[in-house]
Design a protein around this ligand. Sequence first.
Ligand code: PMP
Length: 400
Amino acid sequence: MFNSVEKGKPIEVFQLNRMFLEDPHKNKANLGVGAYRTTEGKPWVLPVVRKTEIKLTQDESINHEYLPVCGTDAFTQAASGLLLGEQSKALAEKRAFGVQTLSGTGALRLGAEFLRKKLGRTIFYYSDPTWENHHQVFTNAGFETAKTYRYWDQVNRQIDFKGLLADLSEAPEGAVIILHACAHNPTGSDPTQDQWKQIADVMEQKRLFPFFDSAYQGFASGDPDKDAWAVRYFVDRGFELVCAQSFAKNFGLYCERVGNLTIVQKSSKTTEAVHSQITLLVRAMYSNPPAFGSRIVSAVLNDPQLRQEWMDCIKTMSSRILQMRAALYGHLTRLNTPGTWNHITEQIGMFSYTGLNEKQVRILIEEFHIYLLKTGRINMCGLNESNVEYVAKAIHCAVT
Ligand code: PMP
């Protein structure tokens, strides 16, 4: 029976990681993987996370009973509060609520399932380019039509804002639009506040449904409020929307699968029904979420002192990324590498869309042992004081 199964395509980012690990070259650099790395190139357990997990494992009052289907209130309220702001009217009026999910991917899938099965949505739009998983998460949830809206102007290495607005204004009423809340993956280029206002104008006029994806809150600018600006702006304008939140990056809890889906409605009258339908969807997919990571996040966010320590950690991570952007830019301009490189320091978050083409990427991988996605996306965290000059020289060789 299984003979009919064709081998699936490899997942580029994981394949790249394997190639990196198997490469014995002393100067190899991994700019592909989507995770934070320290100056020494190592994964980082945030000190506040380490401290909290040790405390949790010693807490005899904690057991391993099932969590509620939609997670604990302590976690979901803290997570939705982080996104919408502690003073959020939507939360206070109980017309917004959160559901604990299997990290950001699980939140996207749950949101897509709900929109497809309970609101009958069939069309979704995603930015061109976007995180490579958006397409299949939505189509696997049953969305029939996938469309893109223009996002990246490769020539000028910036957002193609005219194209973006034109494509959104062509979208049919009710279409679901995936928007990156901050630190757009893979380009690292976010709309300005004025541009977000224009996006909201078009979406309001055309009655499009915003599905925010917030995978980097706090990680982008170092300030979680600033990174949530776009989502809060849409909520303040009266949009009904959903937002997938991931705690993989901003808490470094990648493998613990901690996420939240925040749902914002016009009125609290629909909350009970929507919550009950989401409960049934979760029940049928995986019954209930894992506890450990969400206990860490709620312990930290609900304690003022631990929360402050966490804010210091995200500052550490975002500052290191900014330093690496400046260092790479500095080396490339000193080398007089052909092309403009301002975008390296203008983009934000972990990723940078370098503008390197597939041939140049191949040179970097094959001749310099520098691993990056074929779109030219690099993870700034893969850079450190000891390899940034080597990487800049390699980019110089690849483009000349
Ligand atoms: N959305 C975007 C834009 C991402 O970059 C990621 C992680 N790479 C995710 C969602 C989901 O991540 P996770 O499921 O690990 O939380």
